[in-house]
Design a protein around this ligand. Structure first.
Ligand SMILES: Nc1ncnc2c1ncn2[C@@H]1O[C@H](COP(=O)(O)OP(=O)(O)OP(=O)(O)O)[C@@H](O)[C@H]1O
Length: 312
């Protein structure tokens, strides 16, 4: 255990397309790292380079300083689910896993163990072609777990899972991290990550745009604004400033306040005898914050939210 994923100045070009653009970050053991970004952000390409399936144009992608292809029996070191449909449909789940166990020098008993872990304990003898997408995702997760590896990569693993399946996957990822593994999970939806990830790596247009604990992201995102409608915006703005809030007159009869709660704004208005017509708290959701963040990335404005790698 204790394996660190290190991505250093990683770049991948396809002709004129830069899929991954100077990406640098690390993912640590004992944590679920959420790898977030809109479609086409470069997540799959990054994971494929980590697994030696694509060659970087420049930069490195390593686990504990070693490239994946330098690990002899790969599945013991890194387990991955990239594309749940990338399996031989005519095979049974047992045959699929047994072949991988053999080629990676793993005991045959692991096949049934991982099938049980993912809730497919009774499906081993069925052909994969007859599996639903959700079952294929579970089989893909079983494949990743086969070698009991310290590093796990999952690319959009909950696609096709029903709500119960999503909850199950989330708990599994948390458990795997609690065992000391490095769990790296990509998604294009913040809602899939906000109850799963400890740490977020956000990418857009192939570049890093945020790399921070989920708690830091959440604290900033949910520090909402208070919008006030008042016939005396200038007077109220002065009062709120004096109380330590940041108040901006945003319209003829409205101001937007940060740094104070709606209750504080109400009390200050009352104490200072400033008439207010409406006080509305606008707490942003994490999804809102994520969309805002990645919308910026489209224009390659990495800005102050990135730590240690934006725009490189
Ligand atoms: N083999 C390839 N040839 C040409 N362009 C590619 C290739 N693979 C990826 N790309 C391009 O690189 C960019 C990043 O793609 P990638 O699949 O890594 O993004 P992603 O973040 O995983 O997106 P998604 O959520 O849609 O899977 C996209 O513009 C994509 O079209």
């Amino acid at each position: 255990m204790g394996a660190v994923i290190e991505i250093n100045e990683l770049t991948k070009r396809y002709g004129s397309v830069i899929a991954v653009d100077g990406l640098t970050f690390t993912a640590h053991p004992g944590q679920v790292t959420g790898f977030l970004g809109p479609n086409g952000a470069g997540k799959t390409t990054t994971m494929r380079m980590l697994l030696g399936l694509n060659t970087p144009t420049s930069g490195t992608a390593t686990v504990n300083g070693r490239r994946f292809r330098d690990f002899g029996t790969g599945l013991r070191h890194v387990g991955a689910l990239l594309d749940a449909n990338d399996v031989h449909k005519g095979r049974t789940a047992n045959a699929h896993l047994a072949a991988l166990a053999r080629s990676n020098g793993l005991p045959r008993r692991r096949v049934q163990e991982v099938l049980e872990t993912v809730g497919l304990g009774d499906a081993g003898k069925r052909r994969i072609g007859g599996f639903s997408l959700g079952m294929r995702q579970r089989l893909g997760i079983a494949t990743a777990l086969l070698g009991d590896p310290p590093v796990l990569l999952f690319d959009e693993p909950v696609n096709g899972l029903d709500p119960e399946g999503i909850r199950w996957a989330r708990e599994l990822f948390r458990r795997l991290a609690a065992e000391g593994r490095t769990v790296f999970v990509s998604s294009h939806l913040m809602s899939e990550m906000e109850h799963t990830a400890d740490h977020l790596v956000v990418v857009g247009g192939g570049k890093l745009i945020a790399d921070e604990p989920l708690a830091t992201f959440a604290a900033r995102a949910t520090t909402g604004q208070v919008v006030v409608r008042t016939p005396a915006p200038e007077a109220l703005a002065r009062v709120l400033h004096e109380a330590g809030g940041a108040a901006q007159v945003t319209g003829h009869e409205s101001i937007t306040v940060t740094g104070l709660t709606a209750a504080q704004v109400n009390e200050l208005a009352f104490t200072h005898r400033v008439m207010v017509h409406e006080v509305t708290a606008r707490g942003g959701t994490l999804e809102d914050a994520f969309m805002e963040l990645t919308a910026d990335s489209v224009q390659y404005r990495a800005g102050s939210l990135a730590s240690g790698g934006a725009g490189r």
